[in-house]
Design a protein around this ligand. Structure first.
Ligand code: ATP
Length: 294
């Protein structure tokens, strides 16, 4: 007997590194990134329907719930690709800040692919699900794979890395809207610093969080900080409140900080919330083999 419904956790990601290697002929950028899943998640309820429809509802009135939503696109793609004739109902409870550099849409999309595979007993492999995900977005394959991963190409070439050292992660999305496309457009690729990605991978393997923090680097940060100096202020505040390291994730504007203790992380959360007057501040943990049952 298969399942009739599922409750899924679609987790956010952060970038430990984001290196831009060059611009491709097709306009995309060649990237090299160490990605890490965190336990901050959206909740997705997914259920089979007898009539042949796709329905999606969300707790955010302003978020599209039609074919512009990546969850809807994932359901459409899976239905047509596998000839699924029954319907699919999806309810999204969004917690991950939207358009924040946390791959919120991509992780919801990934969860729907994994969920439909399970619900309809398609028996797809991880590679097959990643190939489907790639049709919908560059970050979707990573969100299917999850954990500590090196992503290359436009983000679709994935290599699993040793698990990231356990720690608390403070996330803060300031009240500014960043356009990913304009960040890449303003990027001067002839004048970029490049992180020592292999060195950081070795530090992750050793479990040396301090060394990881010393080397982590996001090539998009300086572009975004120029337009939104509040990002640099949040970083400074996180370091002042005891973060071992702090950086912007993806194209921003979310900033994260790593803390070793819960009490310290909680005190920092309160301080960051008070100083920057934003509700979008969360204390979470990195997702790895030890924390995935949380
Ligand atoms: P990335 O880190 O991959 O750049 P992001 O965190 O910057 O992602 P998202 O939260 O994925 O950005 O949202 C970007 C846009 O995608 C939003 O403007 C939103 O309208 C659209 N979108 C489509 N589906 C979803 C979804 N399920 N959740 C959030 N946004 C979605």
């Amino acid at each position: 007997m298969g399942y009739h419904y599922l409750n899924l956790r679609a987790r956010a990601k952060i970038n430990i590194t984001l290196d831009v290697l060059g611009r491709r002929e097709d306009g995309y950028h060649e990237l090299k990134m160490i990605m890490q899943t965190v336990n901050l998640c959206d909740n997705i309820f997914i259920k089979k329907l007898s009539e042949d429809t796709i329905t999606l509802s969300t707790n955010l009135s302003w978020l599209p719930s039609d074919s512009r939503n990546l969850m809807y696109k994932a359901a459409e793609l899976m239905k047509s690709r596998f000839g699924i004739k029954t319907g699919i109902l999806m309810e999204l409870t969004k917690t991950i800040p939207v358009a924040a550099g946390l791959a919120g849409g991509s992780t919801d999309c990934a969860a729907v692919i994994v969920g439909i595979d399970r619900l309809f007993e398609l028996g797809l492999t991880m590679d097959e699900m990643c190939a489907l995900g790639e049709e919908l977005g560059a970050d979707v394959p990573y969100c299917i794979m999850r954990g500590t991963v090196l992503a290359e190409g436009i983000g679709e070439r994935l290599t699993r890395l040793p698990p990231f050292p356990d720690c608390f992660v403070l996330l803060c999305k300031p009240n500014v809207n960043v356009s990913t496309a304009s960040v890449y457009k303003s990027l001067d690729i002839s004048d970029l610093h490049h992180p020592d990605t292999d060195g950081i991978i070795a530090d992750i393997k050793k479990g040396d969080l301090k060394a990881v923090c010393g080397g982590m680097y996001n090539a998009l940060e300086s572009v975004t900080v120029k337009n939104y100096p509040v990002i640099a202020d949040i970083k400074a505040k996180m370091l002042e409140t005891g973060a071992i390291g702090s950086m912007m994730s993806g194209s921003g504007p979310t900033v994260f900080g790593f803390y070793t203790g819960y009490e310290e992380g909680l005190a920092a959360l309160k301080e960051v919330r008070r100083t920057f007057r934003t509700k979008e501040v969360y204390l979470t943990t990195v997702f790895n083999e030890r924390t995935h049952l949380l």
